[in-house]
Ligand binder design. Structure first.
Ligand code: ZN
Length: 461
C-alpha cells in the first residue's frame, strides 16, 4: 500500500522528461518491463481462484532468464509463496538483504469496474488493473531491478533474498511461515518492503515527501457477544441482547483511545506541518504542540484517519433468531488498528470496560504486533539517493502505516523492515488499492524500477 491516496493530475513536463528512455536499449527494456507487468496483472491471483501457480511459474522463468536460479516454491493452504536467492559473488560477511512483495490481490468484480479488472490497459497516463498499485508493481520492480543488476555485471557482496508471498491480503500465512518454519531461507540483516513507503507529490510538482515506513499498526478483530434467555416478543423486558450490544457499540463510537506519537509518526507529522502552509498544516501543528489533546487529535483524524492513536470500529453485526422473538444472542465484530507498541491484551481490557459487564469481549483474529524498526542510516540514505535521481529536492521521512502488510510478521521475528516502495503519485487522487478501478501512474511504475535498482546497487555493493 502506498502511504497516501494519490493519482494522476497534470503530469509536469519536467517529471516526464526525467524518465523518458534516453536510447534504444532503455526503451526496449522499458517495453519489456511493461510487458512483464501486463502478464503479471492479467493473472487474477485472487484467493480461491487457484491461479497462483501460473504466476509463480511466470516469475520463476523471469528469474531464471536473469540468471538467478536458487528458487524455492512453497505450497501452503491453497496458494504458493516463493523464496529466491541471488548469492553474493564476493562475500563481505554481511548478512543478506531480504526483499518483500506479495503476489495475491484483493477480489475485483467485473460488474463493479468500468473495465475488466484483469485486462491490463494504459490510458490517461496510467496503467490500470487490479494489483497495479498493490502490489504487483512492486513484484515487477524487484524482478526487473535484479535482472538489470545482473545484466550490468553487478556483483553483490551479500546475498539478496526475495520473498514473494501468496496470501498477504487474506491469511498472511506466507509471511508468518517465512518468519518461523522457513526462517533459515529468509534470514537477513534487514528487509526492504515494496508494499509500503513511496512518494506523495502535489499537483504543482512539489514533493510532499518520500516515506520510509518503519512501523505498522497491529490488526485485531474482537468479537462482542450478548446472550439472553429470550422469550416471546409480545412480552418485552428491560434485558435484551440486541439493545445491550447496541449500547456497547454506542459507547465504543463515543470512546477515544489515548493519542500517541512515536518517532515515525512524529517525523511524518512534523514534515507535513513544515510543508503545508494551509489549514491542514495548522491542524497538524496544533496537535503536535499539545499531543495528548483529544479534540486536536480528532481534527487530525478527520483529515487523515488512523495515525494519532489506536482506532476501533464496528464492522459486522448479527443478532436475533426470529422476527417475533426476544433475541437470545447478538454479536458484533469490532476491528481495531492498534498503535505500535500497545499490547493487544491491553486493548482487550479497554474494550471490556467500554462494553460493560453484560457484554462478552474476546479476541477473534489477529493481534500480532511489532515494535517500530529502528531507522538505519545506510537504508535511508540509499533510498534518498535513489529517489533523488528523479526528485532532487524530495525529503525522505520515516512513517507509520495504519494498515498492515507482511512486514508485521517479519518485524515481529526480529528482522527490521523498511517500506521503501518507489511508487509515487499525486496527493488527493486515489489509486484504488483494494477498491475500484485500481491504477498506477505510467511514469511512477517505470521510476520505481530505477529507484530499486539504484538502492540495491548501493546497499549490496
Ligand atoms: Zn499490499
Amino acid at each position: 500500500m502506498l502511504r497516501r491516496a494519490i493519482a494522476l493530475g497534470v503530469v509536469l513536463c519536467s517529471l516526464q522528461a526525467a524518465a523518458q528512455p534516453s536510447d534504444d536499449e532503455s526503451r526496449r527494456r522499458g517495453d519489456a518491463e511493461r510487458e512483464m507487468f501486463r502478464k503479471v496483472v492479467e493473472i487474477p491471483t485472487v484467493a480461491g481462484r487457484g491461479e497462483m501457480p501460473r504466476l509463480v511459474q511466470l516469475l520463476s522463468a523471469e528469474f531464471r532468464k536473469a540468471g538467478i536460479k536458487d528458487i524455492t516454491v512453497k505450497t501452503h493452504g491453497d496458494t504458493q509463496s516463493m523464496i529466491v536467492r541471488w548469492p553474493a559473488t564476493q562475500r563481505s560477511g554481511r548478512k543478506p538483504i531480504l526483499l518483500l512483495a506479495h503476489m495475491d490481490v484483493v477480489e475485483a468484480r467485473r460488474a463493479d469496474w468500468v473495465r475488466d479488472p484483469f485486462t491490463f490497459r494504459e490510458d490517461d497516463g496510467y496503467y490500470w488493473g487490479r494489483g497495479t498499485s498493490d502490489n504487483k508493481a512492486g513484484v515487477v520492480a524487484i524482478v526487473s531491478s535484479l535482472g538489470r543488476l545482473r545484466a550490468s555485471g553487478f556483483e553483490p557482496t551479500r546475498d539478496i533474498v526475495v520473498l514473494f508471498t501468496g496470501d498477504e491480503e487474506t491469511q498472511g500465512d506466507g509471511a508468518r511461515l517465512a518468519s518461523t518454519e522457513w526462517r533459515p531461507l529468509i534470514d537477513a540483516e534487514y528487509a526492504l518492503n515494496s508494499d509500503a513507503g513511496g512518494g506523495s507529490v502535489y499537483k504543482d510538482g512539489r514533493v510532499e515527501g518520500f516515506y520510509v515506513q518503519v512501523a505498522e499498526k497491529t490488526y485485531a478483530d474482537f468479537r462482542l457477544t450478548t446472550t439472553n434467555r429470550g422469550g416471546h416478543s409480545s412480552a418485552p423486558r428491560a434485558d435484551n441482547a440486541i439493545y445491550q450490544l447496541a449500547a456497547a457499540l454506542k459507547s465504543l463510537e463515543e470512546y477515544r483511545f489515548t493519542p500517541m506519537l512515536n518517532d515515525a509518526s512524529r517525523a511524518y507529522f512534523e514534515s507535513v506541518a513544515s510543508k503545508d502552509q494551509g489549514a491542514w498544516g495548522d491542524i497538524v501543528k496544533a496537535w503536535l504542540d499539545d499531543p495528548t489533546n483529544l479534540e486536536k487529535a480528532d481534527l487530525v483524524e478527520l483529515n487523515d484517519p488512523g495515525y494519532t492513536r489506536t482506532r476501533c470500529v464496528a464492522t459486522q453485526v448479527t443478532g436475533g433468531h426470529a422476527p417475533n422473538a426476544l433475541p437470545q444472542r447478538a454479536e458484533a465484530n469490532v476491528n481495531c488498528r492498534i498503535f505500535p507498541g500497545v499490547k493487544t491484551e491491553a486493548v482487550l481490557e479497554e474494550l471490556r470496560s467500554i462494553a460493560g459487564k453484560e457484554v462478552a469481549v474476546e479476541l477473534a483474529d489477529g493481534g500480532q504486533g511489532a515494535e517500530p524498526s529502528p531507522l538505519r542510516e545506510d537504508v535511508t540514505s540509499a533510498y534518498r539517493n535513489a529517489v533523488g535521481r528523479k526528485f532532487p529536492d524530495a525529503a525522505v521521512v520515516p512513517s507509520m502505516s495504519a494498515g498492515a502488510t507482511d512486514a508485521i510478521y517479519i518485524r515481529a521475528a526480529g528482522i527490521p523492515t523498511y517500506g521503501v516502495g518507489g511508487l509515487w503519485g499525486y496527493l488527493g487522487e486515489p489509486l484504488g488499492a483494494h477498491g475500484l478501478n485500481e491504477r498506477i501512474g505510467v511514469q511512477a511504475f517505470h521510476d520505481q524500477i530505477d529507484i530499486w535498482e539504484a538502492m540495491l546497487r548501493e546497499l549490496a555493493r
